[in-house]
Design a protein around this ligand. Structure first.
Ligand SMILES: CC(C)CC(=O)SCCNC(=O)CCNC(=O)[C@H](O)C(C)(C)COP(=O)(O)OP(=O)(O)OC[C@H]1O[C@@H](n2cnc3c(N)ncnc32)[C@H](O)[C@@H]1OP(=O)(O)O
Ligand SMILES: Nc1ncnc2c1ncn2[C@@H]1O[C@H](COP(=O)(O)OP(=O)(O)OP(=O)(O)O)[C@@H](O)[C@H]1O
Ligand SMILES: O=C(O)CCC(=O)C(=O)O
Ligand SMILES: [Fe+2]
Ligand SMILES: [Mg+2]
Length: 335
């Protein structure tokens, strides 16, 4: 007899729950337990960090929110460092400072009010401390396993919208940007650096979409313009349930790279701040994206590398990730 996937999960979790807490289940055949156990939990490892309920939630939804994971003191330090970078007091090799497209050509906006995002802070010891926080890595290991690479780092400073709606981030899957697999061994940690709500443009996720495949991404046709490399999925199911992730300072969401997500407009006058890192198992391998839907982004990244480094050296899409990735736990086995 074939069990529905959700029933199988409940059966497996019931079996896994060694603490004796009752997990409601619709099926209890011992024979089916052993038979279905290995295939049912695809997205998480049994590490004694996530409770059975938390594992089930990630398996079903593709994300899990942990409250109050990063201390106020750490966040204040990241914020200070961000200010120093924006003022030009610190120069970090490889760091990319992005301005919002609506003010990119303005000479009047200076300092942190001009910055919408820092990318690639792996050479900044102060900001990179975020990626090595033990309480974050404990959770990351539940998804990646023990060998962990920090692949992609960002500090997002979503600006007050200028009225052109450019502060939105279109709905997308982060895997679009990554030429490595398997997807299930990649996870993003995203920490709110202050209260984030629907008003200042919190994350919006489509629960369960991590079970789907990678979709085609392009620039959305938005009247007010779109930020460079902010590709989006054009034809996702607009009637799929949406969840707005309202979070407090220090709350952290871990999410799967196929989970469809974006963020809304910032309707406040403050700059909505978040810090994030994409981790992958060091056992992942690079894939060739030629002839796939990822070819468009790979060409943009290669073009950017040529602009920044010079056209005499070719840095492939894969190389650009191998150069930025940093081992944060275990052994650098492959990536
Ligand atoms: C999972 C994860 C990976 C998902 C994501 O992160 S999605 C977003 C990823 N975004 C990126 O990686 C952005 C990469 N950033 C960049 O490519 C650069 O910062 C640029 C946007 C090209 C700016 O380059 P840069 O040379 O430093 O700045 P310039 O002031 O000289 O501007 C060069 C030309 O680019 C334009 N520009 C600047 N900022 C933006 C913008 N935000 N959106 C669109 N166009 C922009 C700027 O107006 C200028 O144009 P022209 O004067 O050449 O026509
Ligand atoms: N017209 C649109 N086409 C495609 N995607 C959109 C469109 N409008 C919003 N989105 C996407 O939906 C997500 C939520 O954006 P939106 O600005 O609607 O925020 P919101 O938090 O839902 O706010 P609201 O309170 O207005 O519903 C973002 O990822 C955004 O890019
Ligand atoms: O902080 C945000 O607005 C979301 C950013 C995001 O999803 C991304 O850069 O991939
Ligand atoms: Fe994203
Ligand atoms: Mg809306």
């Amino acid at each position: 007899m074939a069990l529905r996937a959700a029933d199988r999960l409940k059966v497996v979790l019931n079996h896994l729950d060694r603490s004796g807490v009752a997990v409601r289940t619709s099926f209890t055949s011992a024979q089916n337990l052993s038979h279905h156990h290995p295939e049912a939990l695809q997205y998480t490892f049994d590490t004694d960090v996530l409770s059975p309920e938390q594992r089930l939630a990630y398996e079903e939804n593709g994300f899990i929110l942990i409250k109050n994971l990063v201390s106020e003191e750490d966040i204040n330090r990241f914020r200070k460092e961000f200010e120093c970078i924006c003022k030009g007091d610190v120069k970090i090799p490889g760091l990319l400072v992005m301005r919002d497209v609506s003010i990119a050509k303005s000479e009047f906006v200076q300092g942190e009010k001009a910055v919408t995002k820092l990318q690639d802070f792996q050479e900044d010891p102060e900001l990179f401390r975020y990626c090595t926080l033990p309480q974050i890595l404990r959770y990351v290991g539940c998804f990646t396993g023990p060998n962990i690479m920090a692949m992609h780092t960002m500090l997002i400073n979503k600006p007050p919208d200028t009225g052109r709606k450019t502060s939105r981030h279109p709905m997308h899957q982060d895997l679009h940007y990554f030429p490595f697999r398997p997807a299930d061994r990649i996870v993003c940690a995203w920490t709110a650096m202050e209260e984030v709500s629907r008003k200042n443009g919190c994350l919006v996720v489509l629960p369960g979409t991590h079970k789907g495949t990678l979709q085609e991404h392009n620039y959305p046709e938005w009247e007010g313009g779109v930020n460079k490399m902010y590709h989006g999925i054009q034809n996702y199911n607009h009637s799929h349930p949406r969840v707005h992730l309202e979070m407090g300072k220090g709350d952290t969401v871990f999410f799967h790279p196929l989970l469809i997500h974006g963020s809304g407009m910032n309707r406040t006058q403050g700059f909505r701040k978040a810090i994030s890192c994409h981790y992958a198992s060091a056992d992942c391998h690079y894939v060739d994206v030629k002839g796939t839907t990822q070819e468009n982004i790979s060409k943009e990244v290669e073009e950017l590398a040529r602009k920044r480094i010079g056209s005499d050296i070719t840095i492939s899409f894969q190389d650009s990730w191998a150069l930025r990735g940093r081992l944060v736990q275990g052994d650098r086995t492959s990536l």
